[in-house]
Design a binder for this molecule. Structure first.
Ligand SMILES: [Zn+2]
Length: 120
């Protein structure tokens, strides 16, 4: 299973970093997780938010946010429109489904005929 992220929004804030106090280094991003394998692609509905500083390379957790950061965050959060949870099947999935149905049908026919044969 492979994990990919859909970036809904990534923006650089004007606020000072609470760790190194540099400006225009805070990056706020909103992402959604996408799980992929050979059979399907699943998009998770939940939005993953993260803030990190490009300068000091620190992840800024909500506990460290200043009121200003919180305000900017709230503003950006309202502009996000997340993709709802979805699952998409790949071509291979349908091929496998068809194959297993064929096998089941063959098995069923075989068992059924054997039963008829035994009753004779
Ligand atoms: Zn910093």
């Amino acid at each position: 299973m492979k994990t990919e992220y859909i970036v809904l929004k990534e923006t650089i804030l004007n606020n000072n970093c609470p760790e190194c106090y540099s400006t225009e280094s805070l990056t706020l991003s909103f992402k959604q997780k996408k799980l992929l394998n050979n059979f399907f692609v699943k998009t998770k509905g939940e939005v993953i938010e993260s803030m990190n500083c490009k300068k000091c390379e620190t992840i800024i957790f909500p506990g460290r946010w200043t009121d200003d950061i919180e305000r900017v965050y709230d503003y950006h959060k309202k502009t996000i429109s997340a993709t709802p949870t979805s699952i998409k099947f790949t071509g291979l999935f349908y091929v496998m489904l068809l194959l297993s149905l064929l096998i089941l049908a063959t098995l069923y026919t075989y068992l059924f005929h054997q039963e008829v044969f035994m009753q004779l």
